[in-house]
Design a protein around this ligand. Sequence first.
Ligand code: XIL
Length: 336
Amino acid sequence: MSIINKNIISLRDKYKDYFPIGAAIRPDDINGPHKEILLKHYNVLVAENHMKFESTQPKENEFTYEAGDKIVDFAMDNNMKMRGHTLIWHNQTTEWVFLDNQGDKVSREVLLERMKNHITEVMNHYKGRVYAWDVVNEAIEDIEDKQLRTTEWLDIIGEDYIEKAFQYAREADPEALLFYNDYNNEQPKKLEKTYELLKKLLEQGVPIDGVGIQAHWDINDVHLFDNLRNAIEKYASLGLQIQITEMDISMFSFEDKRKDIIKPTKEMLEKQARVYEKVFSIFREYKNVITAVLFWGISDEKTWKDNFPVKNRKDWPLIFDENHKEKLSFTKIVEF
Ligand code: XIL
């Protein structure tokens, strides 16, 4: 039996004059109710985990594309665009990348060679199918007064690891759009650091086409709308396009570690709907620079927020509920 209500408007149709709308998916989402939602509402996809370093090259020079390919084939078969996430990141990258046979850290030269090999191989494999890549993910430090996050990439290669990654990516697939992607990068301090970094790289001629605002937000952030507007304008002033790459709006602020809420209240759902309504109206306003909006998941049935930042705590951050029905948040996004 189909879960789709025929009378419900399609999100991607409603937004056809604005930007593609998408979702992060796992291979098993291309069956069952999630498949129906995808086919009706979305026209751009991203693999939630299966294009990350540990998935695509778990061992040196052993590339595994099966799960990623399944997702890409589904996207191509259904006329959807495909984003690639992600090439260079500090997480979900297997240890071997940074170590030699003795278990010692490799040299800058070796790591640059491995970086180039990885980017070239993976981008080549997906050439012509993945139209935009998150080349570098989360390189900016959260702690004030420090610009770059401490990672093996930075430690072994040095600050130019970011520009190298973008250069290798451009060489590997000159047609692909290249993104720098991060979270909280609409918040003033992190925005400032990101802006400085991107400005410097662009002045040096580093090939960066856009910035990804992950948009892992929550219903209590009172500064969100002003921050978002400001960030969009600032990034756009660099001539970059902007994609909202991983949106979800948690019922909990980051500091809120409560585990006793087993069902969202009406008030929580209404609050969430107001946030979704408002951020989408801002996205529409900036449709000339926002080139895609993607949710990090499909329905509240399963979301990474069930385990982050609190392990085993149910959250309801998406626009379809645990039974795959449209939430008030959905309604508010399409009512304009
Ligand atoms: C998350 C996935 O959703 C989880 O399934 C996985 O266990 C950890 O990674 N920022 C990112 C994403 O760029 O890759 C992360 O995805 C969420 C935060």
